[in-house]
Design a binder for this molecule. Structure first.
Ligand code: GLU
Length: 528
């Protein structure tokens, strides 16, 4: 039976954790959370956060996936201390003394250990820890099927063998190896017993030997499986704490058996809860986006994403929802992570994103909004200058002001495209019917706009530098004339925005400036 123990030396070591994604597609939300928890753990304990690329399964390798992982981690503000990173020229480079950190560059090591286990004998059984298996994948599949459909009591856990590979002597196996392809399998003890370990999140976890397969360690092409490569690298990279998704929990007994076979002390393990859709099914592509890049493209800020993802399965204290990454690192405790699945709540993400946008300085927010305005065709870049959709030049200050006006209502960076376009064009689309206030008439609206035009024309630029100054000037003017705010300010606001809803006319006038304000009022008058 295996009991995992932490000895003195483990406790004294610098904590080392790793995020070990496989480049099989885009980095998804679950992967981002695993990476983040690893980084938070490292920062909290003054440890080292390693990034390792597990690319030994060549059939699932996706071109560009490594770059996607690196780019996405960088966007999210995660900063592994060791491992691959994207250099400014776009190439993938590495830092750290334990490399290479990409498994396909380490295959010799895995082969070496797999072979070592062929010749190493477990005392309790007198058998080697690993054996060669000469069965073809098709043979194994058909045996598994037969076994599933037969009434006979199943041989617990062990993979059935057409050629009884488990029973071959060392000499028989070596002789066959000279002429046939083979894989190397882990020999799970066939006696009664179990693997036990204390998961940092779930507490005591047990697996009977009979529930564990004779896992393939080395494939016939000489490439390791995930299990072998993962254990070898966690050992060689001196990982002290494994933090990974719950889907890897069933692999842990195999890994612990491997640590024992190789005579190595295992790291501690923590398995993070599943991510769930609001209906509590497993988070999947079908119910929404799972790729982090999709959220980026939809205009979520990295700070909001990190804050949100950190709270999927953990909360430092009762009600508070908003934390910076440094605060999260200060508070982070693996033991406080929930065992139960964490529901992905999109409204909370939207709310957090809104909060982060509101607190961002306007200049900074404007810079990150601009690419979204470009994508949606609100702005274009011509000869290094920014232009509106209709080609009129856009002044940075006007851009900043319009972003400042709309940021209170926006949920994502993308929302600005729908709400700010009219600030930049030389004209707004206006319908005659919308201009008068609903309880008023076109004649009244026309009179009010004439009055406003004359008044505004007489004001110096200073009044357009602060919406409050303009408001303090116009409201008394409306009262003096005996007009109402509603029948005056509605046509004014519609003249400037062309919309049923928008910020106040004083705010829009502030954003677009005196000249454009007068032009738009004039254009509305000409329609009435
Ligand atoms: N390569 C595995 C993955 O893609 C890593 C699992 C682990 O962290 O051990 O998730």
């Amino acid at each position: 039976m295996i009991h995992q123990t932490m000895n003195q030396s483990t406790e004294a070591r610098v904590p080392r954790v790793r995020f070990a994604p496989s480049p099989t597609g885009y980095l998804h939300i679950g992967g981002l959370r695993t990476a983040l928890y690893n980084e938070l753990f490292a920062r909290h304990h003054g440890g080292i956060f390693v990034l390792r690329i597990e690319d030994t399964d060549r059939t699932r390798y996706v071109e560009g996936a490594v770059e996607n992982i690196l780019r996405t981690l960088k966007w999210a503000g995660l900063t592994p201390d060791e491992g691959p990173f994207l250099a400014p020229d776009g190439s993938v480079q590495e830092r750290g003394a334990y490399g290479p950190y990409v498994q396909s560059a380490r295959t010799e090591k895995y082969r070496h250990y797999a072979e070592e286990l062929l010749g190493k004998t477990e005392e309790a059984s007198g058998q080697s820890y690993a054996y060669r298996c000469f069965c073809t994948p098709e043979e194994i599949e058909s045996l598994k099927k037969d076994r599933a459909s037969s009434d006979a009591a199943p041989l617990p856990g062990l993979v059935p063998h057409a050629r009884n590979c488990r029973g071959l002597t060392g000499e028989e196996s070596a002789a066959l190896a000279a002429e046939s392809p083979y894989v190397i399998r882990l020999r799970v003890p066939d006696r009664v017993g179990r693997v036990e370990f204390t998961d940092s999140i779930r507490g005591l976890v047990r697996f009977d030997y009979s529930s564990v397969d004779d896992q393939v360690l080395l494939k016939s092409d000489g490439f390791p499986t995930y299990h072998l490569a993962n254990v070898v690298d966690d050992h060689e990279m001196e990982i002290t704490q494994v933090i990974r998704g719950e889907e890897w929990l069933p692999s842990t007994p195999k890994h612990l058996l491997l640590y024992r076979a190789l005579g190595w002390e295992p790291p501690a393990f923590a398995h993070l809860p599943l991510l769930l859709n609001p209906d509590r099914t497993k988070l999947s592509k079908r119910q929404g986006d799972v790729a982090v890049e999709d959220y980026r493209a939809q205009g979520y800020l990295p700070q909001a994403m990190i804050n949100f993802v950190a709270l999927l399965g953990w909360n430092p204290s009762g009600d508070r929802e908003k934390y910076s990454k440094d605060e999260l690192a200060r508070e982070f405790r693996l033991e406080k992570v929930n065992k139960a699945g964490a529901v992905f709540n999109r409204e909370k993400l939207d709310w957090l994103n809104g909060e982060y946008m509101k607190e961002m300085p306007d200049e900074e927010l404007t810079e990150v909004v601009i690419p979204f305005l470009r994508i949606d065709g609100v702005l274009t870049e011509v000869d290094g200058g920014i232009k509106a959709a209709d080609g009129s030049p856009v002044d940075r200050e006007a851009l900043r002001r319009s972003v400042a006006l709309e940021k209170g209502r926006a949920k994502t960076l993308k929302d600005f495209a729908a709400t700010t376009g009219y600030f930049f064009t030389s004209k707004v689309e206006l319908s005659r019917d919308m201009i008068p206030w609903k309880k008023s008439t076109p004649e009244v609206a026309k009179e009010r706009l004439y009055g406003l035009r004359d008044r505004l024309a007489g004001l110096s630029e200073k009044y357009f530098s602060d919406p409050k100054l303009l408001e303090a000037e116009i409201i008394p003017f409306v009262a003096e004339r005996g007009w109402t705010n509603a029948d005056t300010l509605w046509p004014f606001r519609v003249a400037l925005s062309g919309r049923e809803r928008s910020p106040s006319p004083f705010e829009i006038a502030w954003a677009i400036g005196k000249k454009r304000t007068l032009e738009r009022v004039e254009a509305a008058i000409s329609l009435l």
